[in-house]
Write a protein that binds this ligand. Structure first.
Ligand code: R5P
Length: 285
């Protein structure tokens, strides 16, 4: 098996190649004068693994070009971060289900797809090929363990992320809860853990995505008011749009970490082991 990546997944692709003992094929990414993308990769064999996070529109097109470039081999596609996955329903008439549109387009020419902590597992059903959702909750739990916090409390920012938070907390046997929003009046909202008091606790808020950081910044401010000793944030996909990272630090979040599904300077956690394990296990079945 040979591995190619698109431009924004090069580090993770190299790590996956290392874990699988597979060779990484050089790829060239360029742009024509009119802005269209050019892609070229080295020699492939009869089995190709493409690692490509759809972090923007260019990476979507690069993925389609990579799939076509590898059309002589059996292709497995790993999309660690699936852009557009939060647009998973038609909110008003005339809108597309963008997650479905992207999933359908990526399904042509490949045999199987892997995603990592997809925002809504229902999106898996939009792919036209077998799709597997890999969770890196254990890797995030491992990272939190290395922080050596005193009796940390793992918090999900909403009920939707509660199961993920429970998986992370299980790694260290830590307490776990999710935040609940209570409307106190027309203007006033209280955000607090459903059951556990945060007074004096070292809190780690975990989520699948940090995008604008708005969800976490609001939660961090409220938790500090409620007496939390420290607030940390750990997510799978660190999108960090519109100054989200600084916004969170300014809101009193002591440490912010994400994974290499969305490569950036805070990607201290790697999804490579989980991806390699899933691929190896499927190859043996
Ligand atoms: C929401 O359901 C997600 O799990 C994240 O909480 C959300 O996408 C984060 O977005 P932002 O960082 O823009 O608040």
């Amino acid at each position: 098996m040979r591995i190619i990546s698109t431009e924004r997944s090069q580090v993770l692709a190299a790590r996956v190649a290392g874990k699988l003992g597979a060779s990484l094929v050089e790829a060239k990414f360029n742009r024509f004068p009119d802005g269209e993308l050019y892609f070229k990769c080295g020699k492939l064999d009869d089995e190709t693994l493409i690692v490509s996070s759809i972090v923007n529109n260019d990476m979507f097109v690069q993925t389609l070009l990579a799939i076509d470039a590898a059309d002589q081999s059996r292709i497995t596609l790993v999309v660690p971060y699936l852009g557009y996955s939060r647009q998973d329903r038609r909110f008003s008439p005339g809108e597309p289900i963008s997650a479905r549109a992207v999933a359908r387009a990526l399904s042509t020419g490949i045999e199987r797809i892997y995603v990592v902590n997809i925002h809504d597992p229902g999106v898996q059903g939009y792919f036209g090929v077998p799709a597997e959702n890999i969770s890196i909750a254990p890797a995030i739990g491992g990272y939190i363990g290395d922080l050596r916090l005193k009796n940390p409390l793992i918090l999900a920012p909403d009920e939707g992320a509660a199961a993920f938070a429970a998986d992370v907390a299980a790694i260290g046997g830590w307490d776990c809860d999710h935040l609940e929003k209570t409307r106190l009046s027309g203007e006033e909202v209280r955000i607090a853990p459903k059951t556990i008091d945060v007074t004096g606790r070292e809190v780690v808020i975990v989520d699948d995505i940090i995008s604008t950081g708005g969800t976490l910044a609001t939660a961090a401010c409220m938790l500090q008011e409620q007496g939390a000793a420290s607030i940390h944030a750990a997510c799978v996909h660190g999108v960090f749009t519109s100054g989200a990272y600084t916004r969170l630090r300014a809101a009193g979040v002591s440490s912010i970490v994400s994974s290499d599904t969305y490569e950036n300077a805070s990607s201290f956690i790697s999804a490579a082991s989980a991806i390699a394990t899933a691929i190896r296990e499927d190859a043996h079945n």
